[in-house]
Design a protein around this ligand. Structure first.
Ligand SMILES: [Zn+2]
Length: 227
């Protein structure tokens, strides 16, 4: 699935060709596995039906460090950065993290509940962690996510949709409006929908805050979206 002659095709085609498989145990074998202790059983062993997409960087706006992994494994040093002091004692996780270069990390089996959405609701159904899969994209609300991240995310969504009865993929801000803003106006839902092409998934493409419409607001609030 290469596109010869187009600039940027190398990084995109590498990702577009990526295929993942979700095992019956809820783990993606091709992902780097780093177990998080911040997890528990899904109530009534409910299968996940929702994907919640997040944006995160630690410290905010800085990419490539070990802050996210440390946060999800309860090993973040509160003294390592002024911002980290406010995260002390947090017990959070997500099922997946997609790095800026498209690398996929998995912290929690999809069969279990990760602690990513907090107080949340989707179509009147509260406690989204019970029935969702949390995917963190390394980034901020206002810096464009990378082509490799979209490619990895699309491949992951296709694999998840093949394993679970997924109904929708939405943003953290969609399930916690007013409290969370990630993945922010920088995230291109139309692009994800085009790449993923999973007919069973209804992607949120009616984002009320696009970069061209409200350029400053989300950026000012992004630092509060810790997870
Ligand atoms: Zn979030």
């Amino acid at each position: 699935m290469t596109v010869p002659g187009k600039s940027g095709a190398t990084s995109q085609s590498r990702g577009v060709g990526t295929r993942y498989t979700v095992g019956a145990d809820g783990w993606v074998a091709a992902a780097t596995r780093i177990d998080s202790p911040n997890r528990d059983a899904r109530p009534d062993a409910l299968p996940p039906t929702l994907v919640v997409i997040h944006g995160i960087s630690l410290p905010p706006g800085r990419f490539g460090g070990d802050g996210i992994v440390r946060l999800f494994t309860n090993t973040l040093d509160p003294a390592a950065h002024p911002y980290y002091a406010g995260l002390a004692g947090l017990r959070v996780s997500a099922h997946f993290l997609v790095r800026r270069d498209g690398a996929l990390v998995q912290f929690v089996s999809c069969a279990e509940r990760a602690w990513h959405a907090g107080a949340s609701s989707w179509r009147g159904r509260t406690r989204c962690n019970d029935y969702s899969i949390g995917v963190e994209l390394e980034g901020t609300d206002t810096v464009p996510y990378t082509a490799r991240q979209y490619a990895t995310l699309a491949a992951l969504l296709r694999a998840l949709a093949a394993r679970y009865p997924l109904e929708a993929a939405v943003g953290h801000r969609d399930v916690a409006p007013g409290r969370k803003t990630d993945p922010g106006p920088a995230f291109d839902w139309d692009r994800l929908a085009r790449l993923a092409g999973a007919r069973r998934l209804r992607f949120r493409t009616d984002a009320p805050t696009r970069p061209a419409e409200r350029p400053g607001k989300a950026g000012a609030r992004s630092a509060r979206s810790a997870v």
